[in-house]
Design a protein around this ligand. Structure first.
Ligand code: PRX
Length: 656
């Protein structure tokens, strides 16, 4: 288990913001009441919330079915449509309310109201139906972060199709893998996405992915959204333009009523083995989690807030806090296709000022990067519209937290450091603004109803002042239902027998519980890396490297990085000839980086590559990664190396 890092300062503590508390959705009394109810009547707690917050087409009578644990069912006999909950019910009340303020990379702004968004979704959903997309069909969405991506996702939800969004930064090969695993028949893409002043082709990657799949390609139709002036290949037999598809469609499309447990989407994420896992989410339970966390953690006031979550729809954060959460509560949100440093590092602050953003949610990596470029730059902008700040995806170091708090939030805005995962669907640990005390770097405590705890090797839980595996002891509505096509992997990955006896959801993170009851995330307990808040598997990168003709063997470890949190360090043994040196080594390293870009995507590109004649191995041939970790970090090797077969290799690997 990783050790408690020195960056955590468990003593620095901030009282709840009193001014904020006066207006907050959750008062301390309400918060205590919720927690109390969750303890005394767990099913009733969730059942009442689901009745209150979701518009059901047919109400449920069963709340939680645990008979086939860990394949839990929530609100099983209830029927609903998620898109109806995100659109129609708000249109009925306030059709002209702005739903999305979109800003493009070049700074063009387009606003759509709830009524306009519903029309767009219905026309596109009718187009999907015309192409014969049916309830339960899998639809891959490989799109820029855009209004159209949200339309595509909502349209799938509207007709009961299961979307699987693939982040636009993933390579053709990664896309092909996901198409195969989901056995998707339809794919929605764009000619290109525009980020940082450049058009990055998407359709070309789709064409390449389909070429890789060749005769095993399950895709019957590719819908292409034209966004840029880039030329793109168009296959009349397979492709259809988005604008042609929606041209004559009606703007009325009755929402398909589905069971609460009907899969809403599959989202692939990295696990400890090489192949990505298709995390499958439900409709009712997931929707409930998104709504409640918008209310409790983001304290959303739909009538006055402008909400901005900077995550791409390709990640779970973009699913829950761009596509579903803000719309499900009828809020106005900003969507930005570009990057925080284009045209310069003022972009975020300028946009907060321009759009009068009141709730801002981003990743610590972005905060660290912008702080480093110019810590005073935000002072040139009017950030007085802000009232709440949030972070997600990785631990935030206290220095970045303090800058966020003082310079961006002017000490007025509470910070919610939210811990959660693709698998949990929505926030699990987070301060409740106006209620919780905060400590910079701690994600504080479980939100109401979430029975999170730490457990040690002997099975003891809740031991204050100690480290343990982070677990959630009771099923909760927004949790994943299974791994697509792989229920065995679901059970083994999340309910392992060796931690908690298979009874608890095991998150894969370790955490420290301090004496005041605050949680501190320490890091992953498996071979998952967190680079700039992006989750990557060391095994996946190793397998990709090993496919290169020049590579005999590779091992990947993480190294702490000032801005990205972690960076990727690869150790490589070349085939046949001796260890390359100097220019030769640099050339091969470049070649391998490009290879990884093609195999996985730019986010998985190793920062450093070190060559050796071999890797440190035990007598039974197991790579001793902890030694590689020490070498990558330039640390002295103090660990026991008595089982190491080839100690001389350590000296070689230490030198560039
Ligand atoms: O290690 C934790 C880290 O990100 C992992 C989940 O990654 P992913 O499924 O891609 O979802 C990211 C967005 C929710 C976790 O297992 N993580 C997430 N949030 C935090 C965090 N680590 C520390 N503090 C957080 N607030």
């Amino acid at each position: 288990m990783p050790e408690l890092k020195s960056v955590t300062n468990t003593k620095l503590i901030f009282a709840p913001n009193e001014k904020f508390a006066q207006q907050a959705n959750l008062t301390p009394e309400k918060y205590n009441e919720l927690n109390q109810k969750a303890i005394t009547n767990y099913a009733g707690f969730w059942g009442d919330l689901a009745q209150e917050h979701i518009s059901w087409n047919k109400s449920f009578t069963k709340i939680l079915d645990e008979s086939n644990a860990p394949f839990y069912k929530w609100f099983e006999d209830g029927k609903l449509n998620v898109s109806y909950n995100c659109l129609d019910r708000h249109v009925l009340k306030n059709p002209n309310k702005t739903a999305i303020i979109f800003e493009s990379d070049e700074g063009n702004v387009r606003k759509v109201t709830y009524k306009e968004l519903l029309d767009l979704v219905c026309r596109f959903a009718n187009g999907l139906k015309q192409l014969d997309v049916k309830k339960g069909d899998r639809v891959i969405i490989y799109m820029p972060h855009s209004i159209e991506a949200v339309v595509a996702m909502q349209a799938c939800a509207r007709i009961g199709a299961i979307h699987s969004v693939v982040f636009g930064g993933f390579s053709a090969k990664s896309l092909a893998e996901r198409i195969t695993d989901a056995n998707a028949k339809y794919l929605i893409t764009a000619d290109a996405q525009t980020r940082g002043g450049r058009n990055l082709p998407l359709k070309a990657s789709v064409d390449e992915a389909l070429k890789i799949l060749s005769l095993n390609n399950p895709i019957k139709k590719v819908i292409v959204n034209k966004r840029t002036k880039e030329e793109c290949y168009f296959n009349e037999a397979l492709d259809i333009w988005w604008h042609d598809l929606i041209k004559n469609q009606s703007d009325i499309c009755e929402a398909e009523i589905v069971d609460s447990e009907h899969p809403l989407f599959i989202l692939y994420t990295s696990g400890s083995t090489g192949t990505p896992k298709g995390v499958q989410h439900s409709s009712g339970g997931y929707l409930l989690g998104s709504i409640l966390t918008m209310q409790w953690v983001f304290d959303i006031k739909p009538e006055s807030d402008i909400f901005w979550c900077t995550a791409d729809v390709g990640w779970i954060t973009g699913h829950s806090y761009v596509c579903y959460g803000p719309l499900s509560v009828g809020a106005t949100q900003v969507i930005f296709e570009g990057i925080p440093t284009y045209p310069d590092a003022a972009r975020f602050w300028q946009m907060i000022d321009r759009h009068k953003v009141s709730i801002f949610y981003t990743a610590p990596t972005a905060i660290r990067a912008l702080l480093k470029i110019d810590a005073d730059l935000p002072k040139q902008f009017d950030l007085s519209s802000l009232r709440l700040l949030g972070t997600v995806g990785e631990p935030i170091n206290p220095e970045a937290w303090m800058w966020y708090y003082e310079v961006i939030g002017k000490k007025r805005c509470p910070i919610v450091d939210t811990w959660w995962q693709t698998e949990t669907g929505c926030h699990m640990l987070s301060p409740i603004p106006g209620v919780s005390k905060t400590k910079p770097g701690s994600c504080v405590s479980p939100i109401p109803g979430i029975m999170a705890d730490i457990i040690d090797e002997s099975g003891n839980t809740g031991k204050a002042g100690s480290d343990g595996y982070l677990v959630i002891k009771r099923p909760f509505p927004s949790q994943l239902r299974t791994i697509w096509n792989n229920p065995g992997r679901y059970v083994n990955s999340y309910f392992p027998k060796d931690i908690g006896g298979g009874k608890y959801y095991v998150a894969g993170d370790s955490a420290h519980l301090d004496n005041d009851g605050f949680f501190w995330i320490l890091g992953r307990i498996d071979d998952v890396l967190n680079v700039s808040g992006h989750r990557l598997s060391t095994m996946e990168i190793e397998s990709a490297l090993a496919l290169h003709p020049k590579v005999a063997e590779a091992a990947v470890v993480s190294k702490p990085h000032d801005i990205k949190g972690e960076s990727i360090f690869a150790f490589v043994v070349c085939r046949g000839k001796a260890r390359p040196v100097a220019a030769d080594a640099e050339n091969i390293a470049q070649e391998l980086r490009q290879w990884i870009v093609k195999e996985i995507g730019p986010i998985a590109k190793p920062d450093e590559i070190r060559f050796g004649d071999n890797l440190p191995k035990t007598r039974s041939g197991k790579i001793m990664r902890r030694l590689l970790r020490s070498i990558a970090r330039n640390e002295d090797i103090t660990q026991d190396i008595s089982t190491l077969e080839n100690p001389v290799i350590l000296e070689q690997l230490k030198s560039k």
